[in-house]
Unconditional design. Structure first.
Length: 346
Protein backbone atom coordinates (compact mmCIF):
# COMPACT_ATOMS: atom_id res chain seq x y z
CA UNK A 1 0.00 0.00 0.00
CA UNK A 2 2.82 2.32 0.92
CA UNK A 3 4.55 1.47 -2.33
CA UNK A 4 1.40 2.36 -4.37
CA UNK A 5 1.01 5.66 -2.52
CA UNK A 6 4.65 6.53 -3.11
CA UNK A 7 4.30 5.64 -6.80
CA UNK A 8 1.15 7.78 -7.08
CA UNK A 9 2.86 10.69 -5.33
CA UNK A 10 5.88 10.35 -7.57
CA UNK A 11 3.68 10.38 -10.69
CA UNK A 12 1.81 13.45 -9.42
CA UNK A 13 5.10 15.24 -8.82
CA UNK A 14 6.25 14.20 -12.30
CA UNK A 15 3.11 15.67 -13.87
CA UNK A 16 3.50 18.92 -11.97
CA UNK A 17 7.12 18.99 -13.11
CA UNK A 18 6.01 18.44 -16.72
CA UNK A 19 3.51 21.33 -16.47
CA UNK A 20 6.15 23.67 -15.07
CA UNK A 21 8.66 22.56 -17.70
CA UNK A 22 6.16 23.41 -20.45
CA UNK A 23 5.84 27.00 -19.22
CA UNK A 24 9.62 27.33 -18.68
CA UNK A 25 10.30 26.08 -22.21
CA UNK A 26 7.80 28.56 -23.64
CA UNK A 27 9.42 31.47 -21.80
CA UNK A 28 12.90 30.31 -22.82
CA UNK A 29 11.85 30.03 -26.47
CA UNK A 30 10.31 33.51 -26.40
CA UNK A 31 13.51 34.91 -24.81
CA UNK A 32 15.73 33.28 -27.44
CA UNK A 33 13.51 34.63 -30.22
CA UNK A 34 13.59 38.09 -28.64
CA UNK A 35 17.40 38.18 -28.45
CA UNK A 36 17.72 36.81 -31.98
CA UNK A 37 15.46 39.54 -33.38
CA UNK A 38 17.27 42.16 -31.29
CA UNK A 39 20.67 41.02 -32.58
CA UNK A 40 19.52 40.94 -36.20
CA UNK A 41 17.88 44.37 -35.88
CA UNK A 42 21.03 45.89 -34.35
CA UNK A 43 23.21 44.47 -37.14
CA UNK A 44 20.98 45.92 -39.86
CA UNK A 45 20.72 49.23 -38.02
CA UNK A 46 24.52 49.53 -37.70
CA UNK A 47 24.98 48.77 -41.38
CA UNK A 48 22.31 51.24 -42.51
CA UNK A 49 23.30 54.16 -40.25
CA UNK A 50 27.06 53.63 -40.12
CA UNK A 51 27.99 52.24 -43.54
CA UNK A 52 25.28 53.66 -45.76
CA UNK A 53 24.51 57.03 -44.13
CA UNK A 54 27.95 57.60 -42.60
CA UNK A 55 26.60 58.62 -39.18
CA UNK A 56 27.52 57.55 -35.64
CA UNK A 57 25.10 54.66 -34.82
CA UNK A 58 25.48 55.07 -31.03
CA UNK A 59 24.77 58.81 -31.13
CA UNK A 60 21.69 58.33 -33.31
CA UNK A 61 20.48 55.49 -31.08
CA UNK A 62 20.78 57.64 -27.95
CA UNK A 63 18.82 60.43 -29.62
CA UNK A 64 16.10 58.06 -30.81
CA UNK A 65 15.87 56.35 -27.42
CA UNK A 66 15.16 59.67 -25.72
CA UNK A 67 12.26 60.24 -28.08
CA UNK A 68 10.81 56.73 -28.46
CA UNK A 69 11.73 54.94 -25.22
CA UNK A 70 8.50 55.89 -23.40
CA UNK A 71 6.46 54.78 -26.39
CA UNK A 72 8.38 51.48 -26.62
CA UNK A 73 7.66 50.75 -22.95
CA UNK A 74 3.95 51.20 -23.52
CA UNK A 75 4.10 48.89 -26.57
CA UNK A 76 6.37 46.16 -25.17
CA UNK A 77 4.80 45.78 -21.73
CA UNK A 78 1.33 44.85 -23.04
CA UNK A 79 2.90 42.22 -25.35
CA UNK A 80 4.92 40.75 -22.49
CA UNK A 81 1.85 40.66 -20.29
CA UNK A 82 -0.17 39.01 -23.06
CA UNK A 83 2.47 36.29 -23.44
CA UNK A 84 2.54 35.69 -19.68
CA UNK A 85 -1.27 35.54 -19.49
CA UNK A 86 -1.41 33.15 -22.46
CA UNK A 87 1.29 30.92 -20.89
CA UNK A 88 -0.57 30.98 -17.57
CA UNK A 89 -3.86 30.01 -19.20
CA UNK A 90 -2.14 27.17 -21.06
CA UNK A 91 -0.51 25.93 -17.85
CA UNK A 92 -3.77 26.02 -15.89
CA UNK A 93 -5.62 24.14 -18.64
CA UNK A 94 -3.00 21.41 -18.56
CA UNK A 95 -3.05 21.35 -14.76
CA UNK A 96 -6.84 20.97 -14.78
CA UNK A 97 -6.39 17.66 -16.61
CA UNK A 98 -3.74 16.36 -14.18
CA UNK A 99 -5.97 13.57 -12.79
CA UNK A 100 -6.63 12.14 -16.25
CA UNK A 101 -2.96 12.52 -17.13
CA UNK A 102 -2.07 10.69 -13.92
CA UNK A 103 -4.33 7.80 -14.95
CA UNK A 104 -2.94 7.72 -18.49
CA UNK A 105 0.71 7.64 -17.36
CA UNK A 106 -0.16 4.93 -14.83
CA UNK A 107 -1.56 2.67 -17.60
CA UNK A 108 0.92 3.13 -20.43
CA UNK A 109 3.88 5.44 -20.99
CA UNK A 110 3.04 6.44 -24.57
CA UNK A 111 -0.64 6.75 -23.73
CA UNK A 112 0.37 9.27 -21.07
CA UNK A 113 2.45 11.17 -23.62
CA UNK A 114 -0.45 11.22 -26.07
CA UNK A 115 -2.79 12.50 -23.35
CA UNK A 116 -0.35 15.25 -22.41
CA UNK A 117 0.05 16.44 -26.00
CA UNK A 118 -3.69 16.15 -26.64
CA UNK A 119 -4.38 18.37 -23.62
CA UNK A 120 -1.82 20.90 -24.88
CA UNK A 121 -3.39 20.99 -28.35
CA UNK A 122 -6.89 21.23 -26.87
CA UNK A 123 -5.78 24.11 -24.65
CA UNK A 124 -4.05 25.96 -27.48
CA UNK A 125 -7.03 25.47 -29.79
CA UNK A 126 -9.48 26.75 -27.18
CA UNK A 127 -7.44 29.74 -26.05
CA UNK A 128 -6.17 30.93 -29.42
CA UNK A 129 -8.99 29.97 -31.81
CA UNK A 130 -12.03 29.40 -29.59
CA UNK A 131 -12.12 26.03 -31.32
CA UNK A 132 -15.47 24.25 -31.59
CA UNK A 133 -16.61 20.96 -33.12
CA UNK A 134 -20.11 20.46 -34.47
CA UNK A 135 -21.21 16.86 -35.01
CA UNK A 136 -18.81 15.05 -32.68
CA UNK A 137 -21.59 12.52 -32.12
CA UNK A 138 -21.03 11.34 -35.71
CA UNK A 139 -17.70 9.82 -34.68
CA UNK A 140 -18.49 6.21 -33.68
CA UNK A 141 -17.72 5.02 -30.15
CA UNK A 142 -16.37 1.79 -31.61
CA UNK A 143 -15.89 0.23 -35.02
CA UNK A 144 -14.16 1.54 -38.14
CA UNK A 145 -14.58 4.89 -39.87
CA UNK A 146 -12.79 6.77 -42.63
CA UNK A 147 -12.56 10.53 -42.05
CA UNK A 148 -12.24 12.52 -45.29
CA UNK A 149 -11.34 16.18 -44.86
CA UNK A 150 -10.33 19.34 -46.69
CA UNK A 151 -6.56 19.92 -46.34
CA UNK A 152 -5.72 23.43 -45.12
CA UNK A 153 -2.33 25.06 -45.69
CA UNK A 154 -1.21 23.46 -42.42
CA UNK A 155 -3.83 21.06 -41.04
CA UNK A 156 -3.94 22.58 -37.54
CA UNK A 157 -7.65 21.86 -37.47
CA UNK A 158 -6.99 18.13 -37.81
CA UNK A 159 -4.45 18.22 -34.98
CA UNK A 160 -7.11 19.89 -32.85
CA UNK A 161 -9.78 17.40 -33.93
CA UNK A 162 -7.53 14.40 -33.27
CA UNK A 163 -6.85 15.76 -29.78
CA UNK A 164 -10.53 16.36 -29.07
CA UNK A 165 -11.60 12.91 -30.30
CA UNK A 166 -8.82 11.31 -28.26
CA UNK A 167 -9.83 13.15 -25.09
CA UNK A 168 -13.62 13.04 -25.36
CA UNK A 169 -14.33 9.92 -27.45
CA UNK A 170 -11.35 7.87 -26.20
CA UNK A 171 -10.39 6.96 -29.76
CA UNK A 172 -7.05 7.33 -31.50
CA UNK A 173 -7.20 8.55 -35.09
CA UNK A 174 -4.64 7.05 -37.49
CA UNK A 175 -3.77 9.92 -39.88
CA UNK A 176 -2.48 9.09 -43.35
CA UNK A 177 0.30 11.59 -44.06
CA UNK A 178 2.32 12.55 -47.10
CA UNK A 179 5.68 10.81 -47.43
CA UNK A 180 7.53 14.15 -47.19
CA UNK A 181 6.52 14.40 -43.51
CA UNK A 182 8.69 11.43 -42.65
CA UNK A 183 11.81 13.21 -43.93
CA UNK A 184 11.41 16.21 -41.61
CA UNK A 185 14.10 16.03 -38.89
CA UNK A 186 12.69 15.30 -35.44
CA UNK A 187 9.25 14.22 -36.68
CA UNK A 188 9.81 10.46 -36.63
CA UNK A 189 8.95 9.92 -32.95
CA UNK A 190 5.88 12.16 -33.20
CA UNK A 191 4.69 10.16 -36.22
CA UNK A 192 5.26 6.90 -34.36
CA UNK A 193 3.43 7.89 -31.17
CA UNK A 194 0.39 9.26 -33.02
CA UNK A 195 0.33 6.38 -35.52
CA UNK A 196 0.84 8.57 -38.61
CA UNK A 197 1.78 6.52 -41.67
CA UNK A 198 2.11 6.97 -45.44
CA UNK A 199 -0.65 4.42 -45.94
CA UNK A 200 -1.06 1.96 -48.78
CA UNK A 201 -4.42 0.64 -49.90
CA UNK A 202 -3.65 -2.66 -48.15
CA UNK A 203 -2.52 -1.10 -44.83
CA UNK A 204 -5.50 1.28 -44.71
CA UNK A 205 -7.93 -1.56 -45.41
CA UNK A 206 -6.29 -3.66 -42.68
CA UNK A 207 -6.62 -0.85 -40.10
CA UNK A 208 -10.29 -0.38 -40.91
CA UNK A 209 -10.98 -4.11 -40.78
CA UNK A 210 -9.41 -4.08 -37.32
CA UNK A 211 -11.98 -1.48 -36.25
CA UNK A 212 -9.71 1.58 -36.28
CA UNK A 213 -10.44 5.13 -37.48
CA UNK A 214 -8.20 6.63 -40.15
CA UNK A 215 -8.17 10.12 -41.67
CA UNK A 216 -7.29 10.99 -45.27
CA UNK A 217 -7.18 14.27 -47.20
CA UNK A 218 -7.53 13.20 -50.85
CA UNK A 219 -6.24 16.62 -51.98
CA UNK A 220 -3.01 16.12 -50.05
CA UNK A 221 -0.07 18.51 -50.39
CA UNK A 222 -1.39 19.93 -53.67
CA UNK A 223 -4.56 21.10 -51.95
CA UNK A 224 -2.58 22.42 -48.98
CA UNK A 225 -0.29 24.57 -51.13
CA UNK A 226 -2.51 25.79 -53.95
CA UNK A 227 -6.17 25.73 -52.82
CA UNK A 228 -6.33 29.37 -51.77
CA UNK A 229 -10.13 29.62 -51.86
CA UNK A 230 -11.19 26.21 -50.55
CA UNK A 231 -11.21 24.44 -53.92
CA UNK A 232 -11.04 20.66 -53.62
CA UNK A 233 -8.08 19.29 -55.63
CA UNK A 234 -8.73 15.57 -55.61
CA UNK A 235 -8.01 14.93 -59.31
CA UNK A 236 -10.60 12.13 -59.42
CA UNK A 237 -8.83 10.14 -56.73
CA UNK A 238 -10.65 6.92 -55.89
CA UNK A 239 -8.16 5.10 -53.64
CA UNK A 240 -9.93 6.10 -50.42
CA UNK A 241 -13.26 4.95 -51.90
CA UNK A 242 -11.79 1.53 -52.77
CA UNK A 243 -10.46 1.22 -49.20
CA UNK A 244 -13.87 2.09 -47.72
CA UNK A 245 -15.69 -0.39 -49.99
CA UNK A 246 -13.17 -3.17 -49.31
CA UNK A 247 -13.46 -2.71 -45.54
CA UNK A 248 -17.17 -1.77 -45.53
CA UNK A 249 -16.30 1.21 -43.33
CA UNK A 250 -18.47 4.36 -43.29
CA UNK A 251 -16.98 7.57 -44.66
CA UNK A 252 -17.37 10.75 -42.60
CA UNK A 253 -16.88 14.11 -44.41
CA UNK A 254 -15.18 16.89 -42.45
CA UNK A 255 -14.51 20.59 -42.99
CA UNK A 256 -13.15 23.34 -40.74
CA UNK A 257 -14.41 26.87 -41.26
CA UNK A 258 -11.73 29.62 -41.54
CA UNK A 259 -8.81 27.19 -41.74
CA UNK A 260 -7.40 29.29 -44.61
CA UNK A 261 -7.89 32.50 -42.65
CA UNK A 262 -5.80 31.07 -39.81
CA UNK A 263 -2.85 30.05 -42.00
CA UNK A 264 -2.53 30.36 -45.77
CA UNK A 265 0.04 30.41 -48.56
CA UNK A 266 0.79 33.45 -50.68
CA UNK A 267 -0.80 33.33 -54.11
CA UNK A 268 2.13 35.37 -55.50
CA UNK A 269 4.13 33.13 -57.84
CA UNK A 270 1.37 30.53 -57.69
CA UNK A 271 1.74 29.34 -61.30
CA UNK A 272 5.51 28.93 -61.08
CA UNK A 273 5.40 27.05 -57.79
CA UNK A 274 2.51 24.88 -58.99
CA UNK A 275 4.41 23.98 -62.16
CA UNK A 276 7.53 23.19 -60.13
CA UNK A 277 5.51 21.02 -57.75
CA UNK A 278 3.89 19.03 -60.55
CA UNK A 279 7.32 18.28 -62.07
CA UNK A 280 9.39 17.67 -58.93
CA UNK A 281 6.89 17.20 -56.04
CA UNK A 282 8.80 19.84 -54.08
CA UNK A 283 6.30 21.37 -51.61
CA UNK A 284 7.47 24.99 -51.91
CA UNK A 285 5.32 27.87 -50.68
CA UNK A 286 5.45 31.03 -48.56
CA UNK A 287 3.22 30.76 -45.50
CA UNK A 288 1.65 33.55 -43.49
CA UNK A 289 -0.87 33.82 -40.69
CA UNK A 290 -1.42 31.99 -37.42
CA UNK A 291 -4.11 34.59 -36.83
CA UNK A 292 -6.42 34.00 -33.83
CA UNK A 293 -9.47 33.51 -36.01
CA UNK A 294 -12.50 31.46 -35.05
CA UNK A 295 -12.09 27.81 -36.07
CA UNK A 296 -15.09 25.52 -36.15
CA UNK A 297 -14.98 21.95 -37.45
CA UNK A 298 -18.11 20.44 -38.98
CA UNK A 299 -18.40 16.66 -38.98
CA UNK A 300 -20.96 15.42 -41.49
CA UNK A 301 -23.25 12.42 -41.31
CA UNK A 302 -21.60 9.07 -42.11
CA UNK A 303 -21.86 7.82 -45.69
CA UNK A 304 -22.51 4.08 -45.46
CA UNK A 305 -20.60 1.86 -47.85
CA UNK A 306 -21.76 -1.63 -46.84
CA UNK A 307 -24.13 -3.04 -49.48
CA UNK A 308 -24.18 0.40 -51.12
CA UNK A 309 -23.86 -1.00 -54.64
CA UNK A 310 -21.68 1.97 -55.59
CA UNK A 311 -18.49 1.76 -57.61
CA UNK A 312 -15.33 3.47 -56.31
CA UNK A 313 -15.88 6.27 -58.83
CA UNK A 314 -19.48 6.82 -57.72
CA UNK A 315 -18.54 6.77 -54.04
CA UNK A 316 -15.66 9.21 -54.64
CA UNK A 317 -18.03 11.64 -56.35
CA UNK A 318 -20.59 11.33 -53.53
CA UNK A 319 -17.98 12.07 -50.85
CA UNK A 320 -16.57 14.94 -52.94
CA UNK A 321 -20.06 16.46 -53.10
CA UNK A 322 -20.53 15.98 -49.34
CA UNK A 323 -17.32 17.86 -48.50
CA UNK A 324 -18.15 20.58 -51.04
CA UNK A 325 -21.57 20.97 -49.44
CA UNK A 326 -19.96 21.52 -46.02
CA UNK A 327 -17.65 24.15 -47.54
CA UNK A 328 -20.40 26.04 -49.38
CA UNK A 329 -22.78 25.87 -46.41
CA UNK A 330 -20.39 26.97 -43.68
CA UNK A 331 -17.63 28.92 -45.45
CA UNK A 332 -19.48 30.24 -48.48
CA UNK A 333 -17.59 32.99 -50.27
CA UNK A 334 -16.17 34.46 -47.10
CA UNK A 335 -12.37 34.65 -47.34
CA UNK A 336 -11.92 37.66 -45.08
CA UNK A 337 -9.43 37.42 -42.23
CA UNK A 338 -11.13 40.39 -40.58
CA UNK A 339 -14.53 38.68 -40.57
CA UNK A 340 -12.96 35.50 -39.18
CA UNK A 341 -11.35 37.54 -36.39
CA UNK A 342 -14.68 39.21 -35.62
CA UNK A 343 -16.31 35.77 -35.35
CA UNK A 344 -13.68 34.86 -32.76
CA UNK A 345 -14.06 37.89 -30.54
CA UNK A 346 -17.67 39.03 -30.99
Amino acid sequence: MSHCCNESLLTEKTLNSVCMQIVENMIESISLLYYFILDETHSHYTWLVGDVLGLDPNLILEYLSLIFWPALIFLILPVVMLVLIYASALFLTVYKWRSRLHEAYHKDFWDGARHTLAVLWEAQATIWHGYDVIGLENIPKDGPALLIYYHGAIPLDMYYLIAKIYLYKKRLIHPIGDKCLFYIPGFQLLMKVFQVQPGTRESCTKLLQEGEIISIAPGGIREALFSHNYELMWNRREGFAKVALDSKAPIIPIFTKNSRQAINTLSYGHNILRSLYEKTRWPLAIYYGLFPVKLKTYIGKPILTEDSGMSPAQLSIKVHEAVELLISKHQGNSNSILMALLERFL
